[in-house]
Design a protein around this ligand. Structure first.
Ligand SMILES: *Cc1c(COP(=O)(O)O)cnc(C)c1O
Length: 389
């Protein structure tokens, strides 16, 4: 998809918000615990390279991504020394790249490890394969589940210590963002049991995503994988209150491109689902579902001239229409997410409208929306000029 640049719609990313969110959580960690900033999916839509830079400034010491290409993107952008962990599983065929770029990979089976070891020897790779072992304590996604498997895994790593290095071990909680702790406690107990298999602990032991880090006390770990909360979004949606202030970093603004009066008898949009029964002012906004504005946003109210104006008719691929309380001027700012005057629309509200979670909305904004960075203020180490990518 073409990266949008020359258009009157943009995602505005507030760098101070990300910086302060990361920094606030690092302040709460104990001395030996590090933060790996999770920048997968283009940093949840915020821009992976820019966010990685901010997170590093704010004290993060490593990064997590979902796929190998995201890791390579960071290396090529100049993050040459920081550990970068690919949280998903990678293909054996990509081992040469994994080793070349010095990436840590998540491993979830002894058979992968054996294959990797063989490929390492066949290709005479130079640098060791750096591994994080995933433990499935109840998420049911990836990872070893039993002590027998973990022991076999660790034995194999030890026997092939010339080729393989176990950098870390991690598990992932399924319900860390809920009031009820029963399933969390079940997983935590499973984790402690599996950790008994380790004679020596690897460099990194990690149990916490944002929710676990914010709301749970866990001992024996020394690295958190901090994602959504760094973007200022509450991992629990509205269920739990965060112990620190989370500053939302993302806004989405555009403008009215067309305004007209529509007479009774006409309708608005595909399917002619919104009928005009008395004359109304209707505005057109130049973003649609190809930008990540879901069709289910129909009915949602956006901010224009300080007024909440409902989206009427179906959202189109590239445009949608709004009902205006009076004649407004083309060029008037439209805020879909963020502040206008004293009012604010949150990603949570958008997510509620779409019956989903803010994570899905944020990473659903497409490349067609330019990301514009509201640059870090001097007090946070920035030089305070607006930069656009
Ligand atoms: C995405 C992900 C995270 C980050 O989760 P947040 O809820 O965004 O903090 C951490 N660990 C794993 C394994 C993940 O896949």
């Amino acid at each position: 998809m073409v990266i949008g640049r020359n258009r009157n719609a943009q995602l505005i990313i507030n760098e101070d918000a990300i910086y302060s969110n990361v920094n606030a959580e690092i302040q709460r960690l104990d001395q030996q615990t590090e933060m790996f900033m999770v920048v997968k999916a283009n940093a949840y839509g915020h821009g992976a390279v820019q966010v990685a830079r901010l997170a590093k400034l704010a004290g993060a010491t490593g990064f997590c991504v979902a796929i190998l290409d995201e890791a390579i993107q960071l290396r090529e952008a100049g993050f040459v020394d920081e550990p970068i962990l690919v949280l998903g599983l990678t293909d054996i065929e990509d081992l040469p790249l994994i080793v070349k770029y010095n990436i840590d990979v998540t491993v979830s089976s002894v058979s992968w490890l054996k294959q990797a070891n063989r490929v390492f020897e066949d290709l005479k790779l130079k640098n060791k394969i750096k591994i994080f072992l995933a433990l499935d304590t109840g998420m049911g996604r990836i990872g070893l589940q039993s002590s027998a498997e973990v022991t076999e895994f660790l034995d194999f790593v030890n026997q092939n210590a010339n080729n393989l290095i176990l950098d870390g071990v991690f598990t992932h909680f399924a319900t860390a963002d809920e009031h009820n702790h029963d399933y969390f406690d079940f997983q935590y107990q499973n984790f402690k049991n599996l950790m008994q298999c380790f004679k020596t602990k690897p460099r990194y032991v990690s149990v916490a995503n944002s929710a676990t880090s914010l709301w749970h006390q866990v001992t024996g770990a020394n690295m958190i994988r901090y994602g959504v909360a760094a973007y200022g979004l509450n991992p629990s949606g509205q269920e739990l209150i965060a112990p620190i202030k989370l500053n939302p970093a993302m806004s989405l603004t555009t403008e009215l491109v067309y305004v007209k009066k529509v007479n009774p008898g006409r309708s608005i949009g595909y399917g002619a689902t919104y009928s005009i029964d008395k004359a109304q002012w209707i505005g057109t906004v130049p973003v649609g579902y190809a930008d990540g504005i879901w069709r289910s946003m129909q009915g949602f109210k956006v901010l224009i001239d300080g007024q909440l104006c409902p989206i009427v008719g179906r959202v189109c691929m590239d445009q949608f229409m709004v009902r205006l309380p009076y004649e407004m001027q083309p060029g008037a700012e439209v805020v879909i997410v963020g502040k206008q005057g004293t009012q604010t629309i949150t990603l949570q509200q958008v997510a509620d409208q779409c019956h989903t979670i803010h994570y899905e909305i944020a990473c659903g904004f497409t490349e067609r929306l330019p990301r514009v960075y509201k640059t870090l203020s001097k007090s946070n180490g920035g030089n305070n000029h607006e930069m656009s990518l």
